[in-house]
Write a protein that binds this ligand. Sequence first.
Ligand SMILES: N[C@@H](CCC(=O)N[C@@H](CS)C(=O)NCC(=O)O)C(=O)O
Length: 176
Amino acid sequence: MADRVVLLDFWPSPFGMRLRIALAEKGVKYEYKEEDLMNKSPLLLQSNPVHKKIPVLIHNGKSVSESVIALQYIDEVWNDKAPLLPLILTSNPKQSSGLTSSTRRYMFWGRKHGRLKEKNRRPHRRNSLNALKPECPKFIAWAKRCLEKESVSKSLPDQDKVCAFVAEMRKTLGME
Ligand SMILES: N[C@@H](CCC(=O)N[C@@H](CS)C(=O)NCC(=O)O)C(=O)O
């Protein structure tokens, strides 16, 4: 049976973006369903009855909510390419003698992310990536490298559109 994958999402959601990127990395074809969060669909209410939040991944009728859990699910089901998460260190004594490939991968992941730590990080004042530039150059460089990947750039909405949406939300919520 061919896989049927549906993603219930909302375009500016960073949690949704996480899953869009993961599915693109894995090359999984899916049906994207935009939710109106002010008027949630019966499918969303039925698939995530407790929190009623997007994103929800529905794979062959099975729903997975919480983006990190869905990310792990995607990584485990489509495990033939583009590993997304570090493998958990094994307790198998045979494998733990010396450096196993999973340990090496885990260490590589830690080093890679450790390198993103910035010294003297100060809180940023504005939303735009460029506003962060002088303060978080490594973070900006990393974000730019990510955007060079099609799986990322094609999965994300236009940055200005997101900024406009957030500004509007802040106004509506009386935060400006
Ligand atoms: N922890 C959740 C957060 C998901 C979330 O906050 N989704 C928001 C949109 S970005 C939502 O559905 N909000 C609707 C609501 O709270 O009613 C995840 O990682 O999936």
